[in-house]
Design a protein around this ligand. Structure first.
Ligand SMILES: Cc1cc2nc3c(=O)[nH]c(=O)nc-3n(C[C@H](O)[C@H](O)[C@H](O)COP(=O)(O)OP(=O)(O)OC[C@H]3O[C@@H](n4cnc5c(N)ncnc54)[C@H](O)[C@@H]3O)c2cc1C
Length: 265
């Protein structure tokens, strides 16, 4: 922390909420794998830092078909859901390396904005595909809303947890290379809900993760869905890959995920 930083170390969720207040001037730190390097390199100088590591938000609750993931749960612990929510566990195990997965939190990953030279926020994909609801607090109190809505207005809010129903099936496909230092170039998650709906989402494009709504509408024909996916996204260049490359590989991942979902049916 910098010399003038007030460090807040809540020991319960209620204390974290009280100390966060209306969020003004507060920098939330989950695992700090993004924030701490920013501070070290002088790109960020928080006046107040709210550390969540002892706030009791590192919970993972499975109650029948409902799953609630606390915002400060270490990413690696999502592997415990491998049987019921395969895609989420696979995506989590694909994030970075063991040290980052142990230190980095679900909330920090989901709330991570665009990286300087690589995509971040891989978990947004599975949570969007799972129709997760985000519970957060901010100036207007507590709110539970679809993750897409939370991501669109997340500034000034403290994420408390994410809730979703176990799917009937799920699949995850990603592109990463040794030279990408554990970052994921592009990923697609597919979910078949218990009601038979197919939901698709992608990360690694530009900005936050994106639902692939046109591809979902064509999902009964994987070839058509793969082509339609390009209508749903804005691709970007970064240090890992070009937009050109991402445009060519997104349809491949969509096809792969849809065939896996079909096999699981
Ligand atoms: C070598 C390396 C490889 C990496 N590879 C990947 C990868 O493959 N995929 C990937 O997605 N990321 C990757 N990352 C980026 C990052 O480490 C992870 O995204 C990690 O999950 C971030 O979580 P954190 O808890 O450490 O975030 P933090 O640094 O604590 O926070 C990140 C952001 O989220 C905000 N925040 C944190 N918690 C909350 C909350 N509860 N409510 C509101 N805002 C909150 C913070 O204020 C900050 O803006 C990598 C990083 C490194 C160093």
């Amino acid at each position: 922390m910098t010399q003038g930083t007030e460090v807040l170390f809540p020991t319960s969720a209620n204390e974290a909420i009280a100390q966060f207040g209306d969020g003004s001037g507060v920098t939330v730190i989950g695992g700090g794998t993004i924030v701490m390097p920013e501070i070290t390199y002088g790109r960020m100088a928080p006046t107040k830092a709210l550390l969540l590591s002892r706030a009791g938000l590192d919970t993972l609750e499975v109650d029948g078909a409902s799953v609630t993931v606390g915002a400060a749960l270490p990413i690696g612990r999502l592997a415990e859901l491998a049987e019921d929510v395969t895609a989420l566990a696979q995506c989590a195990l694909n994030v970075a390396d063991y040290e980052i997965r142990r230190q980095g939190t679900v909330g920090g990953n989901v709330c991570a904005g665009e990286g300087h030279d690589a995509p971040r926020g891989d978990l947004q994909g599975p949570f969007l595909a799972l129709a997760a609801e985000a519970c957060s607090v901010g100036a207007d109190g507590e709110r539970t809303e679809p993750l897409d809505d939370f991501l669109a207005h997340r500034a000034g809010r403290l994420l408390l947890d994410l809730r979703f129903e176990k799917p009937a099936a799920s699949a995850f496909a990603a592109i990463d290379y040794p030279h990408t230092h554990e970052y994921t170039v592009l990923a697609v998650t597919g979910v078949r809900t218990t009601g038979g709906e197919t939901r698709l989402a992608a990360t690694g494009l530009a900005g936050y993760g994106t639902r692939l709504r046109s591809a979902e509408a064509a999902s009964s024909d994987p070839e058509q869905a793969a082509a339609a996916a390009l209508k749903d996204v804005t691709v970007g260049d970064d240090a890992l890959a070009s937009g050109w490359y991402r445009e060519r590989t997104l349809p491949v991942l969509v096809r792969r995920v849809l065939s896996e979902l079909e096999e699981a049916a």
